[in-house]
Design a protein around this ligand. Sequence first.
Ligand code: GLV
Length: 324
Amino acid sequence: MKPKIFVTDATFPEIIDYLSQSLEVEHNQSDQPYSEIELINKLHDKAGVFAHSTRRFSAELFAACHQLRAVCNMAVGYNNIDVEAASAAGVMVTNTPDVLNETTADFGWALMMAAARRVTESEHFLRAGRWTRWRFDDFLGVDVHGSTLGIIGMGRIGQAIARRAAGFNMSVVYHNRSRLTPALETAANHARYLSLEECLRTADHIILALPYSAQSHHLIGKAQLAMMKPTATLVNIARGGIVDDAALITALESGTIAAAGIDVFENEPSFNPAFLSLSNVVLTPHIGSASTSTRLAMAYCAADNLIAAMTGKRPPNLLNPEYL
Ligand code: GLV
């Protein structure tokens, strides 16, 4: 008998076919939203789950789902899963690292460029039919080339962001929980390690690429925004909650910083509606990894982790080897 698994949300049809070769698959291709209780009911007889990072896996869920042996997230971030509770319940947890590094780094750059050069703001102006003549001072922005890029969170995505800075003749400063080796710093466009405060004060553009945790909750708030240059841009492609969104809105309104590019929000898909009245912020709906080939690679990566877990092998991206 094939192990029973559940796919929490709509995914590529080829992934359902791929999983079905080795597993008995129940799926939610209709993309129906489930409450935690409904998800628990779906999972009570399942050995594994292919999950999106929008689904919460709490200690209560692990306590209620006795058959569950693996939660395989289709995301590199896994703050939606209580990993400690999963380990205590003997459940493997996996994520999808690496396959999205370059695509997500591209998107960090897209938001930085768009925010610094006022791309969406000027497009809205044009679309609204307000462009009647060329003016010398229309939508003056801040240069990206030749400036200093600050990266907070210098994991694999942060390093991919840093490498791109060479083409723009930028210097790179970074802050991370731990300093990179000299070889990795050199490969990351000779990135210079600074304290968080020094990084915020020095950079012309800041990109956040760190995981969310209790320690990184509101890492960027009023005090940190005040340390940034008034011409600076802030980009968040990491997770909602790392930035205090209300403080950011105030900073953008009052000119504490020039602009922002925000792909992730506190309480998403809800977000603070005050963002919508600001012209100096580029807003996108959590699409950092959203290229067709990368999302497919993430889905296959999550599927391979789940198939391994369900067939007695060690999943390639096991996050909690202590689950045993
Ligand atoms: C996306 O946000 C991810 O964590 O992969």
